[in-house]
Write a protein that binds this ligand. Structure first.
Ligand SMILES: *Cc1c(COP(=O)(O)O)cnc(C)c1O
Length: 507
């Protein structure tokens, strides 16, 4: 909890707008009354009037307001400012064109209760996006309803559950085991549990891949409903045995769910449907360039085989003759997972991204994303420990092993990167790598920016050896140093109260 007690120097610190208040200051001036002033008692009875003096409402001028908010708006790191190498997040640059298209009045102003006849354009847009995602994944059934990756996961495993119930009847209750690799994103076991499955964990090999013997063994134990697998997996390695993995699960009577958050490594190059995957979720707010971070709206489409399609959420958006329709007539559907049709604005942006790239462009983006990650991987090899030998796909993984010997750990390296002007990489995920640093440059960073990032990482390693306290005390260039992140997340101070000492409320 330490805001540095520097001065009020505007580039170094900024009081809250409440603290800038000065009695009597206003941002307006009214003309003199040109009518007779009325007695307030004649206008509003005393018992209906408030008696306190609006204590705490800031009294500031226009220029106070403008400068205050403009200054603090420059304090945030953003994707428009520089690269965001957060592995697992695919923080690519989002083109302004997508925003422009999403703001077209007919899309932005559409009422969700407007009748089908008045919304043909929007329904066509949803339909076209469904078609494109079906083509990209090789899985024909698509629902755009889920509002996040995690909700797409839950929808996907609910489809598996509904399918098995329909296929096996009563016997389905004996098939409730979901297999999940130890490297999985935490949302995978959470989604499986919500859909009524119990989770068994599959070990990874020293190569960072799913252990096939362990998989076989768990399948032989019986009761397997399915597998949830991320590919490329969360250590950035392509599961080259994916076909065998799918065959093993299918032979055991289960279905394969793929977590598609890492599709930025595959789009236009390889299709999960062709690998034997039954159902997948995508993150439009990662792979398909709709903004994310900060908890805004997302979209986590669920794509599945024709066998699973009858269970998809309704309404389904379909084409009937030359009209687009909302079809509610799927008696086996798992039902709605989101109000109305999902986060439509995200769909507009994603289709805009797909159309501006075209098939060739999407493939090129994938290739550039993988090339960029491999470039980082090769340039930092030897400087930072690489826990796995395999060539990475769209993200490179390192551990702090070499630097930890000197007392410098992943968190220190991440904090020091801030001093070099970079947003830190993902730290301590996945859990299977101790002191993990997961770096995903994405395709939207050029060679010179990549080189600058690599140089910063190399410099930090040198500092760790020569002047370790420079790294362990970083960052040095920010207003706030190392905050108590747990307290900030669990006990955030969200409301200003007069009693609070102006220097103690941090994030
Ligand atoms: C981001 C991510 C998710 C969850 O997606 P949200 O949209 O954040 O819910 C799931 N799995 C993996 C591997 C991810 O990277």
């Amino acid at each position: 909890m330490s805001i540095k007690k520097v001065t009020q120097h505007p580039s170094q610190n900024e009081n809250l707008i409440f603290e800038r208040s000065q009695p009597g200051r206003v941002g307006y001036m009214l003309p003199k009354l040109d009518v007779e002033e009325m007695n307030i008692d004649d206008l509003l009875p005393a018992d209906l009037r408030r008696t306190d003096d609006l204590d705490g409402v800031p009294e500031v001028s226009e220029v106070d307001v403008i400068r205050h908010f403009t200054r603090i708006s420059t304090w945030n790191y953003s994707i428009d400012l520089g690269m965001y190498p957060l592995g697992s997040c695919t923080m690519k640059y989002n083109s302004r064109l997508n925003e422009k298209v999403a703001r077209i009045g007919g899309f932005a102003g559409l009422h969700p209760l407007a009748p089908e006849t008045d919304t043909q354009g929007a329904l066509e847009l949803i339909y076209r996006l469904q078609e494109d995602l079906a083509e990209i994944t090789g899985l024909p059934g698509v629902s755009l309803q889920p509002a996040a990756g995690a909700q797409g996961e839950m929808t996907g495993v609910m489809l598996i559950r509904a399918y098995l119930d329909a296929r096996d009847g009563e016997a389905s209750k004996d098939r409730r085991v979901m297999l999940i690799p130890d490297s999985a994103h935490g949302t995978n076991p959470a989604s499986a549990a919500l859909a009524g499955f119990t989770v068994k964990t599959i070990r990874s090999t020293a190569e960072g891949l799913t252990d096939l013997d362990h998989l076989k063994q768990l399948c032989d134990e019986g009761g397997v409903a399915g597998l949830m697998l991320t590919n490329p997996n969360t250590v950035g390695i392509f599961e080259r045995n994916i076909k065998v993995i799918c065959e093993t699960i299918h032979a055991a009577g289960g279905l394969v769910y793929m977590d598609g958050a890492n599709m930025n490594a595959l789009v236009g190059v390889a299709r999960p449907g062709d690998m034997g995957v039954d159902v997948i979720h995508l993150n439009l707010h990662k792979t398909f360039s709709t903004p994310h971070g900060g908890g805004g709206p997302g979209c986590g489409p669920c794509c599945c085989t024709a066998e699973l399609a009858p269970f998809l959420p309704t309404p389904r958006i379909e084409k009937s003759g030359d009209k687009y329709v909302l079809n509610y007539n799927y008696p086996e559907s798992i039902g709605r997972v989101k109000a109305f049709y999902g986060n439509f604005g995200m769909m507009v942006r994603a289709l805009s991204y797909i159309y501006t790239h075209g098939a060739e462009g999407l493939r090129e983006a994938t290739e550039a994303a993988v090339l960029n990650a491999r470039y980082v991987s090769k340039k930092l090899a030897g400087v930072y420990d690489e826990p796995f030998e395999a060539d990475c796909m769209h993200e490179a993984i390192f551990s702090h092993k070499n630097q930890a010997k000197l007392g410098v750990v992943t968190l220190d390296i991440a904090k020091r990167l801030i001093d070099y002007g970079f947003h830190p990489m993902t730290v301590y995920f996945p859990l299977v790598v101790e002191g993990a640093m997961l770096i995903e440059p994405t395709e939207s960073v050029g060679r010179s920016d990549l080189d600058a990032f690599i140089e910063a990482m190399i410099d930090i390693d040198r500092e760790a050896r020569e002047t370790p306290e420079l790294v362990t005390n970083a960052p040095h260039t920010t207003r706030i140093g190392r905050i108590d992140e747990a307290a900030a997340a669990r006990k955030p101070v969200l409301r200003w109260k007069k009693e609070i000492d102006s220097m103690t409320h941090s994030a």
